[in-house]
Ligand binder design. Structure first.
Ligand code: CA
Length: 229
């Protein structure tokens, strides 16, 4: 299946160049000149990935990224930010806004396509069928099932959502606030302590399979899921 890639870029020449490169790479580019057009395009059909220009007229790329992360429909869409040199200093705030990767202008088509493929692989797991694997854990998204090697893992709904988020974003540290945003949604008021409670439950769930150490506490930063305990 062709990957639908939304290109949010106000400069027509870059937009066209990127669209051309993506078409050549057998992807389906959807151009948008500003945040408003991007939101309309997402409402019409959710893309597999968003290329987002940092400097946009009106709502900036960063503000749009934050907004997309807060909405249910767009929360999970991977975002690659397109930045100009010198904007790199703001990488940290970009990562906080939930951006998955950066490509600095000017970039080659080949570099861009390689980064898109890498981010898509990372966010969907290696498998195109909605099955994600991390270490011995396997999650079958469409069937809503989790296995530790061949054994089925009984899991509660919140722990499932938490594990799903971790498994699609392995080896990365998330703060309690970020986990609340991604897993519970920012529209819901939940205390940060709730995250700790569900992390504990998730570890308990994985304990009988000897996989509880995969859920790691990173001191004063948050939590991460990793296959290497
Ligand atoms: Ca721009």
């Amino acid at each position: 299946m062709q990957k639908r890639i939304l290109i949010v870029e106000d400069e027509a020449s870059i937009r066209d160049m990127v669209a051309f490169a993506l078409r050549k790479a057998d992807m389906d580019p959807v151009p948008a000149a500003d945040a408003r057009a991007a939101q309309l395009a997402i409402a019409e059909k959710v893309p597999d990935l968003i290329l987002l220009d940092w400097m946009l007229p009106g709502l900036s790329g960063m503000d749009l990224a934050r907004r997309l992360r807060k909405e249910q429909v767009s929360r999970e869409i991977p975002i690659i930010m397109l930045t100009a040199r010198g904007e790199e200093m703001d990488r940290v705030s970009g990562l906080e806004a939930g951006v998955d990767d950066y490509v600095v202008k000017p970039f080659s088509s080949r570099e861009l396509v390689a980064r898109i493929r890498a981010v898509l692989r990372r966010s969907h797991g290696e498998d195109g069928e909605g099955v994600v694997s991390v270490g011995k854990l396997r999650m079958d998204g469409p069937a809503h099932r989790v296995h530790a090697e061949t054994q089925p893992v009984p899991i509660g709904p919140t722990e499932y959502r938490l594990l799903h988020f971790f498994m699609t974003h392995p080896d990365r540290v998330y703060s309690r606030t970020q986990l609340l945003d991604h897993v519970w949604g920012s529209s819901v008021y939940v205390e940060e302590r709730t995250v700790d409670v569900h992390i504990r439950r998730l570890r308990k769930t994985l304990e009988p399979f000897g996989l509880d150490a995969m859920v790691q506490t990173v001191r004063s930063a948050g939590y991460r899921l990793s296959a290497d305990a």
